[in-house]
Design a protein around this ligand. Structure first.
Ligand SMILES: Cc1cc2nc3c(=O)[nH]c(=O)nc-3n(C[C@H](O)[C@H](O)[C@H](O)COP(=O)(O)O)c2cc1C
Length: 221
């Protein structure tokens, strides 16, 4: 494919991605396509490479039905999307956490020590550069990063001709309480960041309405 063709394909994917309000429940995403979508999430960048996320793929119909009562913004997806994802953001990702030790030792393959230059640099970054000093700010920092994976999943899906709907329309506390009671989420470790429906639309695409480039881009020479 030539570069102009590739550019056109990328823009076409972004034009065709829209927040799908009605999915065709009879159409299922091929396994290879799903694997490509979730791989784009797995490969997403994260601060220091600490991957403060986990993704639940909800296939269970009872849980989907229960969620309809506590996640109004997800009902359209729960009714017809082929795949339904709940993204979790990890809590308290600091040099004190088992998670950071795990990533450094087992994923990055580096010795971990709290007083190592890497750990101290991270600690300084969190406390002094970004003021990530309490549970809420640390959670929000992790949650922001989960949205990078969301964007990658939606774009990957769009490139594969698959529709999606990003979802924040739910009561976070209620959904967390429900998932915790079902034993699906340990709330000491994770909070619910967003949900994402993926599948095939059975409605016309909504045309894009966006600010002009002039309004959102300022070039500083
Ligand atoms: C973070 C986020 C949360 C959203 N939450 C919902 C939601 O709960 N339910 C829904 O139907 N759409 C939701 N949307 C879709 C937006 O309304 C939609 O993306 C926006 O209006 C732009 O339209 P487009 O995506 O069709 O271009 C959400 C979008 C984002 C990015």
């Amino acid at each position: 494919m030539s570069t102009p063709e590739l550019r056109a394909q990328i823009i076409e994917a972004h034009q065709s991605r829209y927040a799908t309000k009605s999915f065709d429940p009879t159409k299922k995403i091929a396994e290879e396509d799903w694997e490509t979508i979730i791989e784009s999430a797995r490969l997403s960048p994260s601060s220091f490479g600490y991957e403060p996320w986990k993704f639940l793929l909800v296939n269970n119909q009872v849980i989907k039905d229960d969620l309809k009562g506590i996640a109004a913004g997800a009902v359209n997806s729960l009714n017809g999307a082929s795949h339904f994802v709940i993204a979790l953001a990890r809590k308290n990702v600091t040099i004190e956490s088992d998670h950071v030790r795990h990533i450094v030792e087992d994923v990055l393959g580096v010795d971990f020590a709290i007083d190592s230059p890497r750990s101290q640099y991270f600690d300084n970054f969190q406390k002094n550069n970004q003021q990530l000093t309490d549970e809420r700010t640390l959670y929000d920092w992790a949650s922001k990063q989960t949205y990078i994976a969301m964007a990658n999943m939606m774009t990957t899906a769009a490139l594969l001709g698959i529709d999606s709907c990003p979802i924040e329309g739910f009561n976070k506390s209620n959904v967390e309480k429900y998932l915790s009671e079902k034993g699906l989420v340990d709330l000491n470790e994770f909070g619910v960041s967003y949900m994402l429906g993926l599948g095939y639309r059975n409605e016309p695409i909504t045309p894009k309405k966006r600010q002009s480039l002039d309004e959102i881009l300022e070039v500083i020479d």
